[in-house]
Ligand binder design. Structure first.
Ligand SMILES: Cc1cc2nc3c(=O)[nH]c(=O)nc-3n(C[C@H](O)[C@H](O)[C@H](O)COP(=O)(O)O)c2cc1C
Length: 178
């Protein structure tokens, strides 16, 4: 099935229930290509992606780092967990505090969104995960001092469709200055 880009963006939903079906390696690799095609401030590309397919490591990350809500659905099975990391020092060297506190977050967010949209196009489900204990996650993945984990993405074949959330109207959120 083909979608135009706006349809694709609207089709994406957070998926919190997955089939017990592995995700093909080629698809994961394509998603990493998509992630790294994102824009980044000054083209700094500060990101690093850790693709976790090991069930034991996923379970440990879920049990030891996730919020109570995330644990409640993630413990039922997540085929792939992607940690989206970056080195804020890289961006700070070029852009100071604005690089460290803003650009690196925007860069990783753009990469995450690319993953979510591309996965939708490939018939895969995802959920952006922000509610976790960063220090514990960093320890489990042995990230070292410079690399921070900015978010996780769960990935797999969806078991059912995600629930469509309430959406604010355009007139509520857009204003024009002409
Ligand atoms: C920065 C950020 C952090 C998020 N963290 C979580 C999370 O920890 N757990 C979760 O289940 N969903 C998380 N989400 C997904 C949102 O809940 C979801 O995008 C929102 O409810 C809208 O639903 P939709 O993605 O289906 O459009 C996060 C989304 C963003 C952008």
């Amino acid at each position: 099935m083909e979608y135009n880009i706006i349809e694709l963006l609207k089709k994406r939903r957070s998926i919190r229930k997955y089939l017990d079906r592995p995700v093909e390696e080629e698809k994961v690799e394509k998603l990493m290509e998509a992630a790294t095609a994102a824009p980044s401030a000054g083209n700094s590309q500060p990101w690093e992606f850790i693709v976790i397919e090991n069930e034991g490591v996923i379970t440990k990350l879920v049990d030891d780092t996730m919020s109570t809500f995330n644990k409640s659905w993630m413990s039922k099975g997540v085929p792939v967990l992607i940690a989206v990391c970056a080195k804020p020092v890289t961006v700070a060297k070029k852009y100071g505090d604005r690089g460290r506190n803003l650009y690196v977050i925007q860069d990783t967010a753009a990469a995450i969104e690319n993953i979510l949209i591309s996965a939708t196009a490939m018939g895969l489900g995802t959920c952006w995960i922000g509610a976790f204990d960063e220090v514990k996650a960093s320890e489990i993945m042995d990230l070292g001092a410079d690399l921070r984990v900015y978010g996780f993405v769960t990935l797999g074949y969806a078991d059912g469709e995600g629930k469509k959330p309430r959406q604010r109207s355009l007139s509520d959120v857009v204003r024009y200055i002409k």
